[in-house]
Ligand binder design. Structure first.
Ligand SMILES: Nc1ncnc2c1ncn2[C@@H]1O[C@H](COP(=O)(O)OP(=O)(O)OP(=O)(O)O)[C@@H](O)[C@H]1O
Length: 293
């Protein structure tokens, strides 16, 4: 099956900065894909390449079998960039009319506003909206041309829990109708709530491309912290550092680590075990990858 969007061995450099490094990815029709990664991982760069806002330094990017910079190809695509500016003097309904008028297959305005819980704001001037309301309008606009595929770069940034859920619902409805969605996020919870497939990006590379369950297992590392003069080599440790005189070890099997530590006879104190942050988990995946595990 021809992918709806794909990159083949794509690299993108900004001067000395290598934002993407040999990324090959296929997005198929009907998929809801989450691009997950820490700050600076390359997620926005990848989205910008897919939607034709940037050109790759090396490699191939295709959207619906064509060049993403081609206006005919772009008609089938919707995007909400990470940062958007909306004309403050226009009303929400007017902006929807304005944007959808650029597309041959425009979405029904009221249906679109309902989908994203925006009907009550239709007659409000954008300049008077809260940051979260503006963000919801910006995301809804990605759907104004009845696209086949939408790219949403951190769609729920700055939204409270209720607004986030309303937005997720709008995205789910589009997907349930057969639409394809690619969204970026820092939050595993967000990707978990929406996506079936997760692509973990780190330092410009694809670190994992799997189901949400598999990625959750991969990032299910724990942080074991303790005080000890010196630690022996412990199996299963993916990274270790000293913070404020304490050892901090990341492992996917903290029970095993503690048993090995006790068995080694090493004196220690102040043992604490906590779930690792996603940031730590990414580091762990990166460390595994570097070690070729
Ligand atoms: N226009 C630019 N000029 C120079 N460097 C850039 C530019 N855009 C991005 N970069 C760099 O490329 C790398 C990847 O950035 P990118 O914005 O794609 O990451 P990201 O995963 O979207 O991060 P975030 O989650 O913080 O938005 C970073 O090191 C960033 O500083």
């Amino acid at each position: 099956m021809t992918p709806l969007a794909r990159t083949v061995e794509v690299s993108k450099h900004y001067g000395e900065v290598r934002a993407l490094d040999g990324v090959s990815l296929e997005i198929h029709a009907g998929q809801l894909v989450g691009l997950l990664g820490p700050n600076g991982a390359g997620k926005s760069t990848l989205v910008n390449l897919f939607v034709g806002l940037r050109r790759p330094t090396k490699g191939l990017v295709e959207l619906m079998g064509g060049d993403p910079a081609d206006p005919r190809v772009r008609q089938g695509m919707g995007v909400t960039p990470q940062e958007t500016g909306l004309p403050e003097a226009l009303k929400v309904g007017e902006i929807v009319d304005f944007v959808s008028s650029h597309f041959p297959k425009r979405a029904d305005k009221w249906e679109l506003l309902d989908r994203f819980g925006l009907r009550d704001l239709a007659k409000r001037q954008v300049g008077g909206l809260s940051g979260g309301q503006k963000r919801r309008v910006a995301v809804a606009l990605a759907f104004a041309g009845n696209p086949r595929v939408v790219f949403l770069d951190e769609p729920t940034t700055g939204l409270d829990v209720e607004a986030r859920r309303a937005l997720w619902e709008g995205i789910r409805l589009f997907h349930a109708d057969g639409g394809t969605v690619v969204l970026t996020s820092h939050y595993l919870e967000e990707v978990e709530a929406l996506a079936e497939r997760v692509v973990v990006i780190g330092r410009g590379r694809v670190l994992a491309d799997d189901t949400i369950q598999a990625v959750r297992g991969m990032v299910g590392v724990r942080k074991v912290s303790l005080s000890a003069a010196e630690l022996p080599d412990l199996p299963g440790v993916v990274s270790s550092e000293q913070v404020d005189g304490r050892h901090q070890l990341l492992t996917s099997d903290s029970d095993r680590l503690v048993l090995d530590l006790v068995a080694s006879g090493t004196p220690f104190s102040g043992l604490e075990i906590s779930p690792a942050s996603l940031e730590d988990a990414f580091l762990a995946i990166t460390a595994k990858e570097t070690a070729g595990v």
